[in-house]
Design a protein around this ligand. Structure first.
Ligand code: SF4
Length: 431
């Protein structure tokens, strides 16, 4: 297929595909799916080998947000029955983080609901970062606290934060339909502040909110223009009790095509398989490891992920390896550029530049949280709604009828579970 050969060549050269090529990836048929995965897999292996970076989410403050992000279980007016609690103490956050690190996580993502931090919140998070680094010197810490005011990114950097997450989530043209309490430009501004302060920028998207292919391409090109080091790709978890509860728009095949498109547009960037992977990719999750080089281990902010042990088994069974603490995630040309000129960038492309200035696009989560894959994209869960099909995993006994097969595009509310363990509870975290 000429398209795929062209995209592989461009990916290996870190050259930006045209918008038409990116759209053509999304338009490929299911018959072509394995060819698409194989092609994008070549680009992934060129820059990241067979390594998978593990990241671990700690929800520092859950629910009760004054913002109205439609995808988010923590939003203003959300009826989702999620855990709600205020700031975790530094020692409790550090304990949760340690569980993730013990499970193999190389990065801990500290997330808090809300529009953005006060200066007092930044002090609080700074103490938490210190407590985590005291116990795990090599761990990378990413903060995800919402919209940043002037000087806050620098203070987080001084406190030891390595990265800051703030997702764009969707295209600029559709952003207003998703959130009314802040703007797409607000989000872009926070990513730029993080970048300028020398923090490694992390910014991604949520797919499955009813957007068009053009919207998806817009947001991914906008991300390339912003030049984050990591791009989380969330798949909407349509939480009961949120405005997008009925938006079940994804199939496993569609989710793989979206990941492949992101890999072709951002070939040498950490592409992170984020919230919603269990719900939407289901048994095809291992194929996604050929596209993404990073995943979240265990649970998300407000919803449960598959068991951390199952994540590790999946990685090993698919022929990949967990990236060790001593390994640099990004290819040398990107990590060196970051060390020398943190504010410069472009999706790693010293060749071809960072893409057209034309289109723009936008976390899942909050103004910050969305970032980390989770309250929005990965996030919300419904408390066992009535009329839901039996989980596929529930085996029927010899005398019992087998459950009816679930169509590929069906709403899988049975796969959505509210997080009831880990941070903010007395139960052990899933790591
Ligand atoms: S995504 Fe963040 S800012 Fe938006 S409603 Fe959720 S917690 Fe609030």
């Amino acid at each position: 297929m000429d398209l795929l050969n062209t995209l592989v060549d461009k990916g290996l050269r870190r050259e930006l595909p045209t918008r038409e090529e990116a759209l053509a990836v999304l338009a490929t048929s299911d018959d072509e799916l394995l060819d698409v995965v194989a092609a994008a897999g070549k680009v992934r292996r060129q820059w990241f080998g067979r390594r998978v970076k593990l990241n671990y989410l700690v929800n520092l403050k859950s629910g009760l947000c004054p913002e109205d992000c439609s995808y988010c279980s923590q939003r203003l007016g959300s009826k989702a029955e999620i855990l709600k609690y205020t700031w975790l103490k530094p020692e409790d956050a550090s304990k949760a983080a340690a569980a993730g690190v013990a499970g193999g996580a190389k990065r801990v993502c500290l997330v808090a609901s809300g529009r953005g931090p006060t200066d007092r919140d930044v002090d609080r998070v700074s103490k938490t970062i210190q407590a985590i680094k005291d116990g795990n010197e090599d761990v990378e810490v990413c903060a995800c606290l919402g919209l940043l005011s002037d000087g806050q990114a620098e203070r987080l950097r001084s406190a030891g934060a390595d990265a800051y997450n703030h997702n764009l989530n969707t295209s600029e043209s559709t952003y207003g339909a998703i959130t009314s309490t802040h703007t797409y430009a607000d989000r872009v501004d926070t990513v730029q502040k993080a970048h300028a302060a020398g923090l490694s920028a992390c910014s991604g998207l949520i797919a499955g909110m009813g957007e068009s292919d053009e919207d998806l391409v817009d947001v991914v090109y906008a991300l390339r223009e912003l030049d984050p080091d990591s791009v989380p790709v969330n798949f909407l978890i349509p939480f009961e009790g949120t405005p997008l509860a009925k938006e079940w728009n994804l199939t496993p095949q569609r989710a793989l095509r979206i990941l492949a498109m992101v890999r072709f547009v951002c070939p040498d960037v950490e592409v992170r398989l984020a919230g919603g992977r269990e719900v939407h990719l289901r048994s095809l999750q291992p194929l996604a490891l050929h596209l993404a080089n990073s995943i979240f281990l265990g649970d998300y902010l407000t919803s449960e992920g598959q068991a951390g042990k199952a994540d590790l088994e999946m990685i090993a069974d698919a022929g990949f390896e967990v990236e060790g603490a001593g390994t640099t995630t990004l290819p040398r040309h990107r990590s060196t550029a970051h060390d020398e000129a943190p504010a410069a960038g472009g999706c790693g492309s010293s060749v071809g530049g960072c893409g057209p200035a034309a289109d723009t696009g936008a976390d899942a989560g909050h103004s910050g949280c969305g970032g980390c894959g989770s309250s929005g994209g990965g996030g919300v869960c419904a408390p066992e709604p009535a009329g839901v099909p039996e989980p596929v995993a529930a085996s029927a006994g010899a005398d019992e009828p087998h459950p009816a097969p679930v169509p590929a595009g069906a709403a899988r509310t049975d796969l959505v579970a509210v997080r009831r363990r880990g941070a903010g509870t007395d139960l052990a975290p899933n790591a």
